[in-house]
Ligand binder design. Sequence first.
Ligand SMILES: *Cc1c(COP(=O)(O)O)cnc(C)c1O
Length: 361
Amino acid sequence: MERVFNFSAGPSMLPLQVLETAAKEMLNYKGSGMSVMEMSHRSPVYDEIIKEAEALLRKLMNIPDNYKVLFLQGGASTQFAAVPLNLMKTGKADYIVSGQFSGKAQKEAMKYGEAKIVASSKDANFSFIPKTDKSSFSPDADYVHVCFNNTIYGTKFPYIPETGDIPLVADMSSCIISEPVDVSKFGLIYAGAQKNMAPAGLTVVIVREDLIGNARQDTPAMLDYKLMADNDSMYNTPPCYCIYIAKLVYEWILGLGGLEKMKEMNQKKANLLYDYLDSQDYYIAPVEKESRSMMNVTFVTGDADLDKKFAKEAEAQGLKNLKGHRSVGGMRASIYNAMPYEGVEKLVEFMKEFAKNNPKA
Ligand SMILES: *Cc1c(COP(=O)(O)O)cnc(C)c1O
């Protein structure tokens, strides 16, 4: 069996151990005589899976009891609308725009009220995370929205914005469960699962209870957090198989030693790559050092043809999907939880070889 190192930003690698367990349980899940894909979501055997998934995520992230965990569909992009529909009580919210996804979130929120851009790094091509303090925010905002890790640009918030009593809402699609995070500092956290948790199709929302129940009258049922919470994410058919894989992923991380250990492993991978980038001048890492992401590492050669050649030759070596996002070019190595250290080692070796073999004019 030949497995490649897949540096895709998402959908992305899943832990080998998880895939092996899923394969083993595929045809006959724990004596049920069927696969998890084929089960009624109302059956006792599935009920156990979804309950266990929630319990494990609570344990992993140390989620306080006054937060609901919702397993939803529609991707992170659906939350760009669900957040304002549920949380904009007075019709005002603040947005920090640190990349494309937070820009999309802000634009979507404008449909439902005033979504004020209070800080942005757009003028610098999103190469850093804007600094904010309490005075950056509108005292009457219903919430402050941030994208905690900017998947496309390779930046991450090096700090948790100080919003006082205003609930902080964070899109954590590409950094959730990569390291410990103090959930109590946030009113709401959401994440599409396909970066670091499960196959595409599942969106996890972690929301403080007091923020639920104020949805606009015209909120679609499927986007109403209260309805979803009251029905334990079973108002309709949930993304059953994705939730099962998420459960296996949570078990895998807990088995390794939890998020502290996960962070240590992720930091070691990111350091290997960043230390190399900082040690040479063939490749340029455009992100300001203190805003660097531990999950998505971006770099360019400065020559679009060489960038293209790099991605192509890397593919041939089993280093897949290193081409940067279509809107920024260059290269991006997404090194989520499931990427082994050896994958990054192999990438750095390849980078050295490529630089030696392709001197710049
Ligand atoms: C991928 C991504 C999205 C979009 O997620 P979908 O599930 O495709 O809607 C939003 N925000 C961030 C930070 C992402 O990485």
